[in-house]
Design a protein around this ligand. Structure first.
Ligand SMILES: Cc1cc2nc3c(=O)[nH]c(=O)nc-3n(C[C@H](O)[C@H](O)[C@H](O)COP(=O)(O)OP(=O)(O)OC[C@H]3O[C@@H](n4cnc5c(N)ncnc54)[C@H](O)[C@@H]3O)c2cc1C
Length: 424
């Protein structure tokens, strides 16, 4: 069970409305999607557009998981450099992967444009900032790789980074012009609106508890009754429960925390004036961004320890803001929350076939806005007969990662220690 955690600010500030829950259909459908995040909604939307009768079931509300809790950085590519991706996947899959993930922010931007999704979209890029000279070396290598591939990335000097971010704590940065920022819950709810308009039925507040296959179809047992379907897609990712045996063992769960200030107005106008989202090269990463209303967000790996008023994470957030922007003085926080991220040993996302006509897309390693949207569209292709060979990675079965529970506990301790270290 997840501990009781505070509500993400995005739930309050998203302009898009939460979707209305409908009853389960009493007829056989083509597809049941489990999970109302980017993966589930993109799968549902793209499948309905291809003519499938789709029903989506979410145990909480739309965007309850990572999709309503994240930082909102719409990033291109993955954590791995293009060279590493090519080494891991081979030249054929690798080149396709690099091309498709490089273009993936456009897929998100196009959906936002097409469905007029209200989600505070910026297309001014993201900044990967060097927290050390070693970090700068890594960014320089990444820059050279993307340059060779003709992608629009720019290596920033420490002076330029300081001007763009409003602090001189970084050694330089990589400005990725393909990327942008969103209100993540706004985008998620907008996808739900688009999916509903395409004919998808969405039931929220209902948990899927069992899947049984008999006579060529699936019986989906839920807390609200059963449902018959030809195919099932699990879009449960880091919020996977015990629904499909062993699926939780495929990834290690890590937590990521966000603290948001109240709108800061003119006082913070020098911070990220171009509204790029930023994360740094630290192994225990640090991020900064602003929203459309002038709130400042800082975050790192770990959980909220305490609340917005007191406790370790509040001290950490205040200290990090003071170190980067000493002229801001005392900051007033409006929200704090954390969410779960699914990390896989390969650091690459996967689509697993779990049984006949049962798939999952999982393990985005903290980069899910583009990945979830893209893999949802791949899923719709698979469901309508596309050969898996067309994917940018091999379709695989789930492989348990070793010692995931132990790793989760180890990371939790390491992240707490780092918060403590950085809060003095
Ligand atoms: C704090 C944080 C910051 C992040 N920052 C970024 C970022 O800046 N950029 C980026 O690209 N990515 C980021 N990520 C990662 C990104 O949010 C995720 O990869 C992405 O949201 C995953 O989407 P999803 O649809 O696959 O899963 P989720 O959004 O997690 O959705 C899974 C859903 O499944 C539901 N569910 C689970 N089991 C059942 C069941 N049995 N029955 C019914 N429903 C069920 C859950 O309630 C949940 O709503 C961040 C993640 C976190 C937590």
């Amino acid at each position: 069970m997840d501990r009781k955690i505070p509500t993400p600010l995005w739930r309050k500030t998203a302009e898009e409305r939460d979707s209305t829950s409908v009853e389960l259909p009493d007829r056989l459908v083509d597809l049941v999607v489990v999970g109302g995040g980017y993966t589930g909604l993109s799968t549902a939307l793209h499948s309905a557009q291809k003519g499938l009768a789709v029903h989506l079931i979410e145990s909480n509300h739309i965007g309850y998981g990572g999709s309503g809790r994240n930082v909102g950085l719409v990033n291109a590519g993955t954590w791995l450099s293009p060279t590493t991706v090519r080494e891991k996947l081979g030249p054929s899959y690798g080149d396709r992967f690099i091309r498709q993930f490089s273009n993936s922010p456009s897929l998100v931007f196009d959906l936002i444009e097409k469905y007029q999704i209200q989600c505070e979209l910026t297309k001014t890029g993201t900044i990967h900032a060097a927290h050390s000279l070693r970090g700068l070396k890594d960014l320089t290598e990444r820059y050279q790789e993307w340059q060779r591939l003709g992608e629009p990335v720019e290596l920033l000097s420490s002076d330029t980074t300081a001007k763009m971010v409003g602090t001189d704590i970084f050694f330089g940065g990589l400005h990725d012009h393909r990327a942008g920022t969103i209100n993540p819950m706004g985008y998620c709810r907008g996808l739900a609106r688009a999916a509903t308009a395409a004919g998808v039925g969405i039931t929220t507040g209902m948990q899927v508890t069992k899947l049984d296959r008999k006579d060529g179809s699936w019986t989906v047992t839920t807390s609200g009754g059963p449902l018959q379907t030809k195919a099932v897609v699990l879009g449960t990712n880091a919020y996977t429960d015990s629904l499909w045996p062993g699926l939780k063992k495929v990834f290690t769960t890590i937590h990521y925390v966000q603290f948001a200030t109240k709108p800061m107005g003119e006082q913070a106008s020098h911070i990220l004036p171009g509204r790029q989202g930023l994360w740094d090269t630290g192994k225990i990463m640090f991020n900064i961004r602003k929203d459309a209303f002038g709130r400042l967000f800082v975050g790192t790996m770990g959980r909220v320890i305490g609340s917005i008023d007191k406790g370790l994470t509040k001290r950490w957030a205040q200290k990090r803001i003071f170190t980067a922007f000493p002229d801001l003085g005392n900051t007033c926080f409006e929200a704090a929350w954390h969410g779960k991220i699914a990390m896989t040993p390969s650091h690459l996302p996967s689509i697993h076939q779990l049984a006949p006509h049962l798939w999952t897309a999982i393990g985005y390693n903290g980069r899910g806005i583009t990945t979830g949207t893209l893999l949802g569209s791949f899923m719709a292709e698979l469901l309508t007969g596309s050969d898996p060979i067309n994917l940018p990675f091999p379709l695989t079965g789930p492989k348990p990662a070793p010692l995931t529970g132990l790793q989760t506990r180890f990371y939790d301790m390491a992240f707490t220690a780092k918060q403590l270290w950085n809060s003095f």
